[in-house]
Ligand binder design. Structure first.
Ligand code: GAP
Length: 468
């Protein structure tokens, strides 16, 4: 089985991720997080929140998903937030034109046709108009299941539309936000003034975003509903390069501090910049299908604030109280996907380890999550379901649960119970055995080293607190 399939299957079996409305056949591009998934998701968000907002110059925000529709005119989303789409007339399948060409490049590379692939890549990079994409597809003889019957390439706006109030007409149209960033920009003044902040300062937000993606694929990588964790850092114009480099380091180190292997990460500097950016770089993760963007660091200039100033008629300036200078701040944005990094952390943690015991060889599946991210921090087992062991085990379990998410398991051989916990990434297993009844000590088994040692039952919680 391919790695991605294994991870999807484990996610379902163990309760990390389920297909949305699965009993009705699922809804494309939407996923539900199960009991372990919500823990992992929450741990990622908590770590991000602490790292980003537990500082004196970054404030938190939780803006509403529905915003005034003019927001999206100002940001450019109503006109520009679209993907080039092409349909195959025979197979009736819809594709993102640029993705279709990228897939062709991958196919050529796999066949060893590097020159042709490079040529196509060059053409794709210089494509600007829909007509350019169409011409590349025709010239490169790209087909879908043998059919070359393509429609022309059209723009498809990715924002989900809905209506406020009972009347469904254009004057009541609102959009589900396609990014959390605009909620931050429109609140720039509110947060700065209420928080008595001076530049440089930031506003951080975690929340849902929605995009009607043409092609959803690769599990959680590209979905129609997802969460973002974004921070906009407002700086004095001219200092943006320094700030951009600072946030590049901060964000890279955050992933590494939570156990991301550096060999699984790389930078991708944008050559083709968005209309509002003067520098942009992505942290990419090595997913099972190849490197893909996990978080973008963007220097967005004063584009957004200027546009909101123009469209709302409200001044969005900063006044320097020392020298009286007035200016519209520049912005450095850090923009990561919660579910995309969830998937990255899951892939990064997944390991099939070969264990040798004399002649015998066994494979254990283990999720080597950083302890802070692990959904379950400890599991407690009575060796057998009698002789006073379950009572002691329950007592320890209840004690741990005052602070950490834990599991109690008394079914099956203890070796199998260890494996069950390894598969979901639990860092510690605590076993109550005959000796525990006599002297009050229990064993603690470490997920990664599989080493075991004894400790008094009253010290278990303190041990977990100092090690997690
Ligand atoms: N405010 C800037 C912004 O939204 P983006 O590159 O479009 O920039 C930022 O998105 C991050 O959001 C991405 O790096 C990715 O982690 C996540 N993201 C974007 N589209 C997504 C989708 N369809 N499914 C899951 N995550 C997505």
């Amino acid at each position: 089985m391919e790695l991605l399939e294994k991870i999807i299957s484990l996610s379902k079996r163990k309760g990390f991720v389920f297909q949305s409305s699965e009993i009705y056949g699922g809804l494309n591009g939407c996923w539900d997080f199960g009991p372990l998934g919500v823990e992992l998701l929450k741990n990622i968000k908590d770590e991000w929140w602490k790292a980003m907002t537990y500082r004196d110059n970054i404030e938190g925000l939780d803006a509403s998903i529905l915003m005034h529709p003019r927001t999206w005119d100002a940001s450019g989303h109503t006109v520009q937030f679209s993907d080039p789409m092409i349909d195959n007339k025979t197979t009736k399948k819809r594709f993102r034109a640029d993705n279709l060409i990228e897939e062709e490049i991958q196919k050529l590379l796999k066949k060893g046709k590097t020159e042709k692939a490079a040529e196509l890549e060059k053409k794709l990079e210089s494509a600007k108009e829909n007509e350019d994409y169409y011409n590349i597809i025709i010239e490169a003889d790209i087909h879908d299941s043998g059919s070359r019957e393509w429609t022309e390439v059209k723009n498809f706006n990715l924002m989900f539309k809905t209506f406020v109030g009972p009347v469904e007409d254009s004057s009541n149209t609102v959009y589900l936000r396609p990014e959390t960033a605009q909620g931050i920009f429109v609140n720039f003044k509110n947060v700065m003034e209420s928080g008595r902040q001076k530049i440089p300062f930031g506003i951080a937000q975690i929340g849902k975003a929605f995009r009607n993606e043409i092609n959803t694929k690769n599990f959680l990588f590209r979905t129609r509903e997802f969460e973002q964790m974004e921070m906009q850092y407002f700086v004095k114009p001219g200092t943006e390069k320094e700030s951009f480099e600072h946030w590049q380091k901060e964000r890279w180190n955050w992933y590494v501090s939570l156990g991301m292997k550096e060999e699984n990460l790389r930078w991708h500097d944008h050559e083709k910049l968005a209309h509002y950016a003067n520098f942009a770089s992505d942290i990419e993760f090595k997913f099972p299908f190849g490197f893909g963007e996990m978080e973008g660091i963007h220097s967005r200039t004063d584009f957004d604030l200027l546009k909101h100033q123009e469209y709302s008629g409200k001044k969005l300036e900063y006044v320097d109280t020392v020298n009286g200078d007035r200016f519209v701040p520049y912005v450095i944005e850090t923009s990561g996907g919660v579910s995309r990094s969830f998937m990255a952390f899951l892939c990064n943690a997944y390991e099939e380890e070969v264990i040798r015991d004399g002649e015998k060889e066994d494979v254990r599946t283990v999720l080597r999550f950083h302890k802070k991210l692990a959904p379950i921090k400890a599991a407690v087992f009575p060796l057998v379901k009698k002789d006073g062991m379950p009572e002691i085990a329950k007592e320890i379990f209840n004690d741990i649960q005052t602070t950490f998410k834990a599991q109690y398991d008394e079914s099956g051989a203890v070796g199998r119970r260890y494996r069950r916990q390894d598969e979901i990434g639990t860092p510690y297993c605590i076993t109550v055995d005959g000796q525990s009844v006599e002297d009050g000590t229990v064993t603690i088994r470490d997920r990664d080293t599989m080493d075991q040692f004894r400790i008094h039952k009253d010290e278990v919680l303190a041990y977990l607190k100092s090690n997690i």
